[in-house]
Design a protein around this ligand. Structure first.
Ligand code: DC
Length: 221
């Protein structure tokens, strides 16, 4: 039987950094489900389909083949055989992913892919609905969060270090808007699973958060 660790939480809480560390330490596969929604968002942008048009999204998503592979341990996302990994980490791609993720047909398709990945190998999977919908029987569920202020400061630092001009107030407003959108959609909204362990990373480092998860994993029966 394969082992799965589900890490859910709001945007910017450090899920991907922490999940990658945990997966590396345990020798598990890291599955970044947000990247799949981002790739699907890119597909709709290219098709000229707006996120308001649920019917068009539902119809078109049948033509989007999303798959993942690993190169040097890094997840690569393919959209109809094109490696689109390098196009997915922008603010626009994140906003688009959040907007299109309310579409039931999109979720159905990506959840099936995620469940298939976890069925055959040990995974650390991060997202918004992993512990609640994708892997309700995950061996360990973590809800990783941090205050809006902390998340905005981290994002500000990251962008400033990359030389990208930004405004902390705007970043805070964007984070609040995305939190609202992700936790208020009708299907699979972001919420903590009843049996998930809450981990607030506001005052701890990613290394400390990862160490706590590894410890919890070690305590599994
Ligand atoms: O984790 P991320 O920022 O890359 O995710 C981008 C968006 O995709 C997020 O705002 C909501 C959506 N998403 C989702 O609905 N369910 C997931 N399991 C992962 C992401």
């Amino acid at each position: 039987m394969s082992v799965s660790i589900a890490i859910d939480g709001p945007a910017g809480a450090g899920k991907s950094t922490v999940a990658r560390m945990v997966a590396g330490k345990l020798g598990y596969i890291y599955v970044d489900t947000g990247a799949m929604y981002r790739a699907m968002g890119l597909f709709f942008v290219r098709k000229g389909i707006l996120p308001e048009d649920q019917a068009a999204m539902a119809e078109a998503c049948e033509d989007a083949d999303i798959s993942i592979a690993y190169e040097g341990g890094q997840q690569q996302v393919f959209l109809n055989s094109e490696n689109v990994t390098g196009l997915l980490r922008t603010e626009e791609a994140g906003k688009m992913a959040s907007a299109i993720s309310s579409c039931g047909a999109v979720r159905e398709k990506l959840v099936a892919l995620q469940q298939k990945l976890a069925a055959s190998q040990n995974v650390v999977m991060d997202g918004r609905d992993i512990g609640t919908v994708v892997l309700p029987d995950a061996d360990l569920k973590i809800f990783l969060t941090a205050s809006v202020k902390t998340r905005a400061q981290r994002r500000f630092l990251e962008l400033t270090q990359k030389g990208i001009p930004c405004n902390i107030k705007e970043i805070e407003a964007d984070i609040e808007a995305r939190d609202y959108q992700d936790s208020h959609r009708a299907i699979s909204p972001l919420r903590q699973a009843k049996d998930a362990v809450l981990l607030d990373s506001s005052h701890i480092t990613a290394e400390e958060a990862a160490a706590r998860i590894i410890k919890l994993h070690g305590e599994l029966a």
